[in-house]
Structure formats: structure tokens, C-alpha cells
Ligand binder design. Structure first.
Ligand code: CU
Length: 334
């Protein structure tokens, strides 16, 4: 089974849940706010963060409808969206069903867009992007209002990174960020949110041993399979990604192909806001431990790490999107 929802292509409805609980590896429950698929069907209760993956097709019109009681927005990070649809308060307003009090969201002076509101844009170049709420941004991102946008090539193919670009056999999204648990019980940013002191170090919202058993993060594929890892960082610390010494190629950054592929590297920095598309050709008998190091922003010391298995075993962890399966797309790409 998949542990991510993939929504798409091109037409998505999202609602907001502000009563989420994400259980960490030590048993602690952290309060989360998150976007969920609008119909309420199919959400995975073991994971509130990160939010469903939005898929779009290059060149096509994308509609994302947001329904929310309290003020939130969707900002499409890295996508070329006009100001009315960019989810940034001063230019686009906030979405809410009710007029908020002064005690929530720091939205005074911004236009209220009556919920539900539909954002529209044209999907740009195929690649990896992100979305997040842009109300009281530092807190709403930390609380969990973050997700990934994948733009597919114009033909909608799910085995090519971009038109004419590298192919892949299996696909993972690695959403990289941390939690500062002290931020998960407050409603609005304050003097305590000036400094971010993470105590949980995550891949796809999970930490510690949770990651080992998470088929969305633990990498398993057959020998010779080309595994695409879409590494995105919407956290507050630079992340250094290593695949346990296994060499991989870096083919794209921030939704655009690199001028020339970085071939055979063993580590890649992903700074906050950045996305890198990595391709690992799974070696025979591989049995490695990938590590994400979360560094102090001054790159002075490692604050913590998250690890995930990387194994050559086509039968293990049937997740990671297998190419050629388009059944999750109910409409046909024209
Ligand atoms: Cu929000």
C-alpha cells in the first residue's frame, strides 16, 4: 500500500485539519495542522505530515481548491504563479470561512478570500516543487502545513523526470525537516519562535526507528533499478543527504535540469527551500543505511540525524511509486 496520497493530475481539493497528532518514535504526540484530501477519503492516519503529494502535468492548468475555517493559504513554492494565486497574504489574501479574531494568524490588513477558494496556475517545467501555508509562515510550516508538488512531463509519463530527461523505475519523495516540539502547542508565533531548536529529526514526518518501517522512506528496489529520490527541504536546517556510501547522480535542482548531471556523488546538501532530484542505480546486494544530517544553519555542527535503509530487495517495501501504474490517475492526460 502507499503511505502517501498522490493527488492529481491537475485538479485537487484540500481541507485543513488543526487537530492532528503525529506520534513520534519515543511515543510523544505532537500537535499538527495539515492539509488533507478534500473528500476525507483515503488519508493515512499514521501520518499527518507531510501532506498529500499534488501531481500536475507540464503545460496544463492546475486547480487547487482550499477549504478552511480559520485563515490559511497555499503557497506554491518554486512554481511560477501569479500574485492573485500565490497564497502570500499581502498579494493574494487568506482563505477562511469565518472572520478571524486578532489572536490568530497575523493576517490583519490582508484580504479574506471566502472559503473554499480555488488557486489556479499553469504547471511549469516538469520537476519537484513544494507547497505550504503562508499565514504566520514560520509556525504553520512547523506545525505541518507542507507538501510536495510533482510536475510530470507534458505526456504525463511517470517514468521520466522531464521530457527527454532521465528515466526511473521507482520513485520516492523525501520530505526533509525537523520538529521543535515546543512549537507544537502554540497558536501564533511569539518570542519563543525566534529560535528553532529541533528535537526530532525527520524523513517524511517520521523519526528514529519509525523510518525503517516506513515504505514511503525506506528504499528497496531490484538490482539495477533506477530509483528517483525527490529530496525537498521545507525545514529550517540545511540537510546533508548521504545514501550510506552508495554513489548516485544529481540530475535536477529546484525543478530544472542541471546543466550537467553530477554523476557518482555520495552526498548532497539540500538547503531550506531547495529541492534536488537524485537517481540511485541500485547495486546488487546493497544493504546500506542512508543518513540525513541536519546541521546548525551556520554549518557549525550537526544537530541530529535521520536514517533510512537502502536495500537491494525488490520484494521488500512494495511502496515507492512503481512506474507504469497510472491507476491513481482517474482522468486521462490529453
Ligand atoms: Cu496555515
Amino acid at each position: 500500500m502507499r503511505t502517501f496520497e498522490f493527488l492529481g493530475p491537475n485538479i485537487v481539493s484540500l481541507g485543513v485539519v488543526m487537530s492532528g497528532m503525529q506520534q513520534m518514535d519515543d511515543g510523544t504526540n505532537l500537535g499538527t495542522w495539515y492539509f488533507r484530501e478534500g473528500s476525507g477519503l483515503g488519508f493515512n492516519n499514521d501520518r499527518t505530515v507531510p501532506c498529500p503529494v499534488i501531481e500536475a502535468v507540464e503545460g496544463q492548468t492546475v486547480s487547487v481548491t482550499l477549504a478552511s475555517n480559520r485563515p490559511h493559504t497555499i503557497h506554491f513554492h518554486g512554481l511560477d504563479v501569479d500574485q492573485a494565486n500565490d497564497g502570500v497574504g499581502p498579494t493574494s489574501g487568506y482563505v477562511a470561512a469565518v472572520v478571524p479574531g486578532d489572536d490568530f494568524g497575523r493576517v490583519n490588513g490582508y484580504t479574506r478570500l471566502v472559503s473554499p477558494f480555488t488557486y489556479t496556475f499553469t504547471a511549469p517545467h516538469a520537476g519537484t516543487y513544494m507547497y505550504h501555508c503562508h499565514v504566520d509562515t514560520v509556525l504553520h510550516i512547523e506545525r505541518g502545513m507542507i507538501g510536495t508538488v510533482i510536475v510530470r512531463p507534458p505526456d504525463g509519463s511517470t517514468d521520466t523526470v522531464w521530457n527527454g530527461g532521465p528515466t526511473f523505475d521507482k520513485e520516492y519523495v523525501w520530505h526533509l525537516h525537523t520538529f521543535d516540539s515546543a512549537w507544537h502547542s502554540i497558536q501564533i508565533s511569539d518570542s519563543n519562535t525566534v529560535r528553532h531548536s529541533p528535537d526530532y529529526f525527520l524523513i517524511n514526518g517520521k523519526d528514529g526507528n519509525q523510518i525503517d518501517a516506513d515504505p514511503a522512506s525506506a528504499i528497496a528496489a531490484g538490482a539495477g533499478d533506477r530509483v528517483l529520490i525527490r529530496a525537498t527541504n521545507v525545514g529550517y536546517q540545511p540537510a546533508l543527504v548521504k545514501l550510506g556510501g552508495l554513489a548516485f547522480d544529481v540530475v535536477a535542482s529546484d525543478g530544472r535540469p542541471l546543466a550537467s548531471t553530477l554523476a557518482g556523488v555520495t552526498e548532497q546538501w539540500v538547503a531550506p527551500g531547495e529541492r534536488y532530484d537524485l537517481i540511485l542505480t541500485m547495486p546488487a546486494s546493497a544493504n546500506a543505511t542512508a543518513m540525513v544530517e541536519y546541521w546548525d544553519p551556520r554549518i557549525a555542527n550537526i544537530l541530529g540525524t535521520a536514517t533510512a535503509p537502502v536495500v537491494e530487495d525488490p520484494t521488500l517495501f512494495a511502496d515507492g511509486f512503481e512506474t507504469g501504474n497510472t491507476s491513481r490517475w482517474s482522468n486521462t492526460v490529453e
